[in-house]
Design a binder for this molecule. Structure first.
Ligand code: KDG
Ligand code: MG
Length: 404
């Protein structure tokens, strides 16, 4: 079999998605997600100018070899743009291989290790009463675990607390220029324990509660927060510091038993080396789409398994249904699966990407369609052209730019 065509499709049914479509001489189509929120066109350029011309004529069955050819062959390796482009190729090739085998991808990854995939949903509120309502709504949706994010008294806009448009798309993520949010670490550190206190008081001790710090603290601040939250038994504290500094996690780990989850901005296993081998974290959180695909993420998961670290694939709405499908196949197959983040895509997005994966009673299943089980309706995609959109930026009250 040979690849005879490679096309990059950009569509914006509420938010931008980049999809690579590979076609073989046998008429098999494979899809891969290359969406990099706020920098989509950089990946489109990388793919169209430097990857697509290399793909025609290749044997799509040679997934590992093609991955190494594009990764090592470029010389300039790693980085979000490169790895999103590589992920799209990798997932499209797995899609083709599984379709050629007449099997859902998870079967090629070793078969199901469980019946279904436990997820967590997002609850947020501008204040605690609004957050409690949101938790109630997620529980009514069936989610077995909930991430809680709350507005901070005195701050006007905080990560994870968003308004949605009529279609359910988060408004804060679709600004033609970055929206400016504000930040006050001390106010945040004072407020978060009160948020956990209120949610535990309302929903009891058993509900798994997660919280995303979004890279905003110093190591000692993160250690303090981890300690303060221990009595509420969080499921995890996510991205408590900018973890490019892997050594920071040593300090945090020395002070708290709150489980730690890291990795949504990482692109390669090297970004995790210290964190995993020194057992400084409990969950690895990279997305298939930003980590170079199923092939390298599987390798990371196997490394993590040696240290009893579990998986938690990043699954925000800016991962397309193609990237989400790939994640759900991997989740079903690997032994050290932990939890999957899941926020359903909008109806407009689901018209463009029809998928076999299902969400029932708070659990995902990839379905049994051959391949990853996603079809791209190109006519529907063409009705939604690219729209410039940026993630917010964050400033302290004196105007200093802070991590978002
Ligand atoms: O594009 C950025 C989002 O994917 C990210 O902010 C979402 O932190 C996030 C999460 O945990 O889903
Ligand atoms: Mg996060």
């Amino acid at each position: 079999m040979k690849i005879v065509d490679a096309t990059v499709v950009v569509t914006s049914p509420g938010r931008n998605f980049v999809t690579l479509k590979l076609t073989t001489d046998e008429g098999i189509v494979g899809l891969g997600d290359a969406t990099l929120n706020g920098r989509e066109l950089a990946v489109v350029g990388y793919l169209s100018d430097h990857v697509v011309p290399l793909l025609t004529g290749l044997d799509p069955h040679r997934i590992e070899d093609t991955w190494q050819y594009l990764y090592r062959g470029a010389y300039w390796r790693r980085g979000p743009v490169t790895m999103a482009a590589l992920a799209a190729v990798d997932v499209a090739l797995w899609d083709i291989k599984a379709k050629a085998a007449g099997m859902p991808l998870y079967q090629l990854l070793g078969g199901a290790s469980r019946e279904r995939i436990r997820t967590y949903g997002h609850a947020d509120g501008r204040d605690i009463p609004e957050l409690l309502d949101s938790v109630r709504a997620r529980l009514a949706d069936g989610y077995p675990a909930v991430r809680i994010q709350s507005g901070i008294p005195g701050l006007k806009a905080v990560y994870g607390v968003h308004t949605t448009d009529g279609d359910g798309a988060p408004v804060l993520h679709q600004q033609a220029r970055p929206l400016v949010e504000d930040w006050d670490t001390e106010a945040y550190l004072r407020h978060v324990p009160a948020v956990f206190e209120a949610v535990r008081a309302e929903f009891g001790a058993e509900l798994p509660l997660l919280h995303d710090v979004h890279h905003r603290l110093t190591p000692i601040q993160a250690a303090r927060l981890g300690k303060d939250l221990e009595r509420y038994r969080p499921f995890w504290l996510e991205d408590c510091t900018p973890a490019e500094n892997q050594e920071a996690l040593r300090l945090i780990r020395r002070h708290t038993t709150t489980p730690l989850a890291v990795g949504e901005v990482f692109n390669t296993v090297h970004d995790y080396q210290t964190l995993v081998t020194e057992q400084l974290i409990d969950y690895v959180r990279s997305a298939v789409t930003h980590f170079g695909g199923v092939t390298p993420l599987r390798k990371l998961f196997d490394l993590a398994a040696l240290y009893q670290i579990r998986t938690a694939v990043h699954g925000p709405q800016d991962i397309s249904p193609v990237g989400m499908a790939a994640a759900v196949h991997l989740d079903l197959a690997v032994h050290n699966f932990g939890i999957q983040e899941y926020a359903p895509h909008t109806p407009r997005t689901e018209e463009v990407f029809r998928h076999a994966y299902t969400f029932t009673d708070g659990h995902l299943h990839p379905g049994d369609a051959p391949g990853i089980g996603v079809e791209l309706d190109e006519q529907a995609a063409a009705a939604h052209p690219y729209e410039a959109a940026y993630l917010p930026v964050n400033r302290l009250q004196d105007g200093t730019v802070h991590d978002w």
